[in-house]
Each structure stands twice: as structure tokens, then as C-alpha cells.
Design a protein around this ligand. Structure first.
Ligand code: AMP
Length: 145
């Protein structure tokens, strides 16, 4: 069974973050620069105080006509962050994302933050798992194994 730790080994454990006091404009700039969809919001003591995603920008800034340069991240982030343990399965992760209707999950290992997975990472892992199975079945059919 493939776990979230396996996914992190493939994609790396970079975590991009921003301060709750930063302007939303800075958050959107970082998201665009890094080509990602979400930032963890960390306070001065590096504690997770929220998560900010492009959807927060779309719904709480763009749609309401607010100024991203004059609005701090803390005003639009989600404060109650959900995490997943790295030893959980890909199916557990998809179930959580589907149930709560979000596409990002920070990953914990024994209570410590070790990465962040997106729905894109999960879809990629599922597809490569299927390709591997197809290759193995192909080998089996032609009798090479
Ligand atoms: P997303 O689909 O990930 O762009 O996020 C949709 C909404 O859920 C946004 O308001 C996010 O701030 C929020 N959100 C995303 N990921 C999480 C998470 N792991 N825990 C709590 N809220 C989240």
C-alpha cells in the first residue's frame, strides 16, 4: 500500500509558507513564483496558524473587490488547518480531501510538519501506480517474468 510518505519521497518535502501579517498580494506572488496552489501560514515561532490557497484569493479578495495589497493574509486564510499523518494511505488522503472539499493537506510525522501534498500529487501517484501495474501485467502476459 502506497502511503503519503511515499508520495513525499517522490515530490520532495519543500514547504512554502508566509506570515499572517504579510499582504495577500505577497502570498499570491509567492504562489505564482513557486507554481503551487497553497501556502502554510506560520507565525513568528514557526507555528502553523492557517493555510492560504488560490481559492481564498478568488473568493475573499477578487470576488469581493478587496485590495490584495491592503489586506493581510490572516483575514483570508483558513485558521482551522487539517493535517494528515505520513503513514496514512493515498486512499485515506483522497477521502479526507473529498470529504472536506479542499485540495491540500500538510503532512505530519510524529506531530512534526514534514511536507504538504496537493490533489495533483495524489493523482500523479495514482496514475504512476496504475502504469506500474499495467507494465507488470504486460510482462506477465508475454512471459518475461
Ligand atoms: P483548496 O481546494 O485547497 O484550494 O482550498 C479550499 C478551501 O479550503 C480554502 O479556503 C482553503 O484555505 C481551505 N483549505 C485548504 N486546505 C486545507 C486544509 N488542509 N485544512 C483546512 N482548510 C484547508
Amino acid at each position: 500500500m502506497e502511503t503519503i510518505n511515499d508520495v513525499l519521497r517522490q515530490k520532495g518535502s519543500d514547504i512554502y509558507s508566509i506570515s499572517p501579517d504579510a499582504a495577500v498580494f505577497e502570498a499570491v506572488k509567492l504562489v505564482a513564483e513557486k507554481n503551487i496552489g497553497a501556502l502554510l501560514v506560520l507565525d513568528k515561532s514557526e507555528q502553523v496558524v492557517g493555510i492560504f490557497t488560490e481559492r481564498d484569493y478568488a473568493r475573499k479578495i477578487a470576488l469581493l473587490g478587496k485590495d490584495p495589497k491592503a489586506t493581510p493574509v490572516r483575514d483570508v486564510m483558513t485558521s482551522k488547518v487539517m493535517f494528515i499523518e505520513g503513514d496514512k494511505s493515498i486512499d485515506d488522503c483522497m477521502a479526507l480531501m473529498t470529504k472536506h472539499r479542499f485540495r491540500h493537506l500538510p503532512v505530519l510525522k510524529v506531530g512534526k510538519l514534514v511536507g504538504l501534498v496537493s490533489i495533483g500529487d495524489i493523482v500523479k501517484a495514482v496514475i504512476s501506480g496504475k502504469n506500474l501495474l499495467i507494465d507488470q501485467l504486460g510482462e506477465y502476459i508475454v512471459g518475461n517474468s
